[in-house]
Write a protein that binds this ligand. Structure first.
Ligand code: ADP
Length: 490
């Protein structure tokens, strides 16, 4: 209720009470005159009315009624009657005694009322403190407890007497007691919070968040500490479970990513066999040639040396291909390397070159020079590039008649990022499905799993980047992703 409205209501209630009281005094006076009551009896009757009205608790009506009653007593029941004059000194004393008694009684009633209200308020506050869902206690300046709420007592199974002094610390787990320097923290005089295990009555420890706030006097000295503890055990367990699930999810994702890489590499199998068998066949030819040069009369050592040199470079070529494949299909924990995105892209291109050739796809690269390094996991980022390239090749393999062109671009993306784009001349994508492409299990291929792009998205996002697809204005689709550059290079 607004304050003004409250005042008006109080005023009208007091006015009504005065009217009622004056009415009661009038009836009493009329009755008293009829019965010809003497001064003593009339005072007693008036006093009863005043006391009854003072019980209502309003000071102004009580004072007004006391004055009116004293005046009536004087006017109607004191000699000379029907005049405010008083002849006998004992009558003056009687009227004065009446006025004093009525005001003392009014004052006493009011005080009793206030005490009753204070007691009710105290009980209410006590009930609140005991019921709030927290253990609450107060400590004196030195940290010893001097109050424990009901919840604290119920939880620990201890009495208020037990909690007095530093014994309240016994409710804490010994490690938490030892871990925190409680006395020093309290001596510092600043509000603080700590996590601690608190022993329940049945002996089980549950984790609580304990908060302490000091109460200062006017001079700034700490008078008392107030503390409240919230049971965070369930929250903690839920958090721990969530963390365990996250770890399980991450493991599953690593497993899935690995499976995806193995599958993608499997797709390259034919090309890889070709890529590896070619240098092996060349090495064999060169080995035969070398042996012929050595068997000639006289042996042509220079030719033999050159043939052996070619064998070494063929061997290295085959070894490099195998090393790349092995790196991709290995299961290793994610790393945070400083990577040159162009170098990584060139490695992936080297792996897919034969596949592109096999599919009659021409490749153009526009790799920006001087790109800042990014930070991330080499294998994961190469997996993203490989997925995008293989998807593009596959998309274009279905379109006959049109030229199969792949454009791979890298460029700076603002001051803090690099962008990689894989542009194809395939069937393109419908604008409405461009978001769904990245959903897990979304595939339009008969034997597709629909996990490739979803994995690309989680990898890129885990690196702080963004991946998206757009239809090209003329033909085909562009899949691109951004990565933030390594922080100290921004
Ligand atoms: P999958 O290759 O197993 O289908 P992906 O997640 O890699 O799974 O791809 C999901 C879908 O996105 C594909 O089935 C295809 O419809 C579409 N898609 C991917 N890349 C291209 C592209 N370059 N052009 C057109 N559509 C594409």
């Amino acid at each position: 209720m607004p304050i003004d409205q409250n005042r008006t209501t109080k005023f009208w209630l007091s006015a009504a009470e005065i009217l009622l009281g004056v009415g009661a005094l009038a009836v009493l006076t009329a009755g008293g005159l009829r019965l010809d009551l003497n001064l003593g009896t009339a005072s007693l009757a008036y006093l009863i009315v005043v006391v009854l009205f003072s019980l209502r608790g309003r000071l102004v009506p009580t004072v007004v009624l006391s004055i009116v009653a004293a005046a009536c007593l004087d006017y109607f029941f004191t000699e000379p009657r029907f005049s405010l004059q008083i002849d006998a000194p004992q009558d003056v004393v009687a009227v004065a005694a009446f006025a004093t008694t009525s005001s003392v009684i009014a004052g006493l009633v009011k005080r009793a009322r206030r005490l009753g209200e204070a007691a009710a308020l105290r009980d209410r506050l006590q009930a609140i403190i005991d019921t709030i869902p927290a253990v609450v206690w107060s400590n004196s300046r030195d940290g010893s407890a001097d109050f424990l709420n009901q919840r604290f007592r119920d939880y620990t199974g201890h009495s208020l007497e037990w909690g007095r002094s530093w014994v309240w610390m016994d409710a804490l787990h010994s490690d938490d007691r030892a871990m925190h320097d409680w006395r020093a923290t309290l001596a510092a005089g600043e509000p603080f919070e700590k996590e601690a295990r608190v022993r329940r009555a049945d002996g089980e420890y549950r984790r609580f968040l304990l908060r302490f706030v000091p109460l200062h006097d006017k001079q700034g000295t700490i008078v008392e500490w107030y503390a409240a503890g919230t049971d965070i055990e369930d929250l903690k367990r839920a958090e721990e479970e969530l963390r365990r699930q996250e770890v399980r999810l991450r493991d599953a994702q690593i497993e899935l990513a690995h499976a995806n890489r193995v599958t993608a590499t499997g797709q390259l199998a034919a090309s890889i066999v070709h890529e590896v068998s070619q240098p092996i066949a060349a090495a064999l030819t060169n080995a035969n040639a070398a042996s012929r040069w050595l068997g000639a009369e006289p042996p042509d050592l220079e030719e033999a040396r050159q043939a052996l040199g070619r064998i070494v470079s063929d061997g290295s070529r085959a070894r490099d291909v195998i090393a790349r494949i092995r790196a991709l299909v290995r299961r290793v924990p994610p790393r945070h390397d400083r990577l040159d995105i162009n170098e990584e892209m060139l490695e992936v291109i080297a792996l897919t070159r034969s596949e592109l050739r096999r599919n009659g796809t021409s490749l153009e690269t526009q790799l920006a020079e001087g790109l800042p390094p990014v930070q991330g996991d080499r294998i994961q980022l190469q997996q993203v590039m490989l997925n995008l390239i293989l998807n593009a090749v596959e998309a274009m393999s279905g379109s006959s008649g049109t030229e199969r062109k792949l454009l791979i671009r890298t460029e700076q993306d603002g001051p803090g990022g690099v962008l990689v784009a894989v542009e194809d001349s395939g069937p393109g994508i419908e604008p409405e499905s461009s978001d769904r492409l990245f959903d897990a299990f979304y595939t339009t291929k008969l034997a597709g799993m629909g996990m490739g792009l979803s994995l690309c998205r989680s990898i890129v996002q885990a690196h702080g980047g963004r991946v998206w697809a757009t239809a090209n204005p003329s033909q085909g689709a562009t899949f691109q992703f951004t990565l933030p550059v390594q922080r100290e290079t921004v």
